[in-house]
Ligand binder design. Structure first.
Ligand SMILES: C[S@@+](CC[C@H](N)C(=O)[O-])C[C@H]1O[C@@H](n2cnc3c(N)ncnc32)[C@H](O)[C@@H]1O
Length: 343
């Protein structure tokens, strides 16, 4: 089952390779033990699942919303002889998925967020401005694509999406350029969108590609990535047993902020401030294990540039009941369905 000595290696998905990021610390924080049940909520090319299965005689439930990731895991399921179950679904449902698998509590949940190299490197998936392809960007097979959003969203909604989810300073100019261009011809390909953005966002040599932030924003919006993350954290709180571990690896500040805010909220024992009366808080549901996020070392970044922005946070579930109150984790944006009405 092991790929490479400790279960980590570049794992193939068709022609592209996906190198798992921060795999070793993620597995260490999960504290994997014989008889344990672990949810790999972002199966991808199976790098984390492979390493969990190699670490002990345990069970893994692997989840991915991408049909091709689940299909690509078929061999690993065979090799795991009943210890790996793969489910095509969204990870915000991870507690319901575990229960459907007959599991009421789990020992660990790991989230390795974002897109896989297989998704990014396949032009037909439409995630990348580096390869021309249809402007799709959906991780799953259902729902509206990035081309639908670009075709229908109002200029104001586009600017907000690109500003809040891409942190693009020139979001208004980009939105204006998109609306002008789509009035002349539909924007259907990644190259067409990259070209439109490149004409209004200047970049100097050595800067990231001018379309990077706009593509990130549309991808996050189309897949409701931040809503999914907030849902997964709450679902993990419900399904982890006392002493169970939550590990999340994020790749940009919007994701990391959500993980950090959730864990701070759920681990705080005192409320109020010097200037306000002490609030009675519910008992903490997590104890944070990473005061500062764990980041990749130079050697990992040298071998895998994706690791440069990765941040790992981990926490241990307490025995306090899961909270039903939603933390205020998400940027204020209209729903996808409303944006498609053009408002
Ligand atoms: C960075 S890759 C994970 C790579 C994996 N750890 C490995 O070692 O191969 C992220 C994966 O999570 C999946 N994903 C992202 N958001 C998801 C969601 N809301 N529900 C289920 N899967 C999701 C993507 O489809 C992608 O395959």
């Amino acid at each position: 089952m092991t790929a490479g000595g400790d279960g980590f290696a570049a794992v193939a998905g068709g022609s592209a390779l996906h190198i798992p990021v921060l795999g070793r610390p993620a597995i260490d924080f999960l504290k994997i033990c014989d008889g344990g049940v672990y949810i790999d909520a972002t199966f991808g090319a199976g790098g984390y699942s492979r390493a969990i299965l190699a670490a002990a005689d345990c069970q893994v439930i692997g989840i991915d919303r991408d049909q091709s990731a689940i299909a690509g895991g078929f061999d690993l399921v065979q090799q795991a002889s009943g210890r790996l179950t793969l489910i095509e679904d969204r990870f915000s449902n991870l507690d319901a998925i575990a229960r459907e698998c007959g599991v009421d509590q789990v020992d660990g949940v790991v989230l390795d967020l974002g897109v896989s190299s297989m998704q990014l490197d396949r032009p037909e998936r439409g995630f990348s401005f580096r390869h021309d392809g249809p402007l799709d960007m959906r991780m799953g097979s259902a729902g509206p694509s990035a081309a639908d959003v670009v075709a229908k969203a109002s200029e104001r909604d586009l600017a907000n999406i690109i500003f809040l989810l891409g942190e693009e300073r020139h979001s208004r100019a980009v939105a204006r350029a998109i609306v002008k261009a789509r009035g002349l011809a539909p924007i259907l390909t990644t190259a067409a969108l990259a070209d439109i953005v490149g004409r209004v966002v200047r970049s100097r040599p050595g800067d990231i590609h001018p379309a990077t932030r706009t593509f990130q924003a549309l991808r996050i919006f189309v897949n409701d990535e931040l809503g999914e993350l907030a849902g997964a954290l709450a679902a993990a709180e419900r399904i982890l047993k006392a002493g169970g571990r939550l590990v999340a690896v994020s790749f940009h500040s919007l994701e990391d902020r959500i993980v950090k805010t959730f864990l701070t909220d759920r681990s705080e024992t005192r409320g109020g401030s010097r200037h306000a009366p002490e609030l009675k808080r519910p008992a903490p549901t997590f104890a944070v294990l990473t005061k500062r996020p764990v980041v990749a070392d130079d050697a990992e970044v040298a071998g895998n540039p994706r690791a440069r922005s990765a941040k790992l946070r981990a926490a241990e579930r307490t025995d306090a009941p899961a909270r039903s109150d939603e933390s205020d984790l998400l940027p204020r944006l209209p729903a996808l369905a409303d944006v498609l009405k053009g408002r």
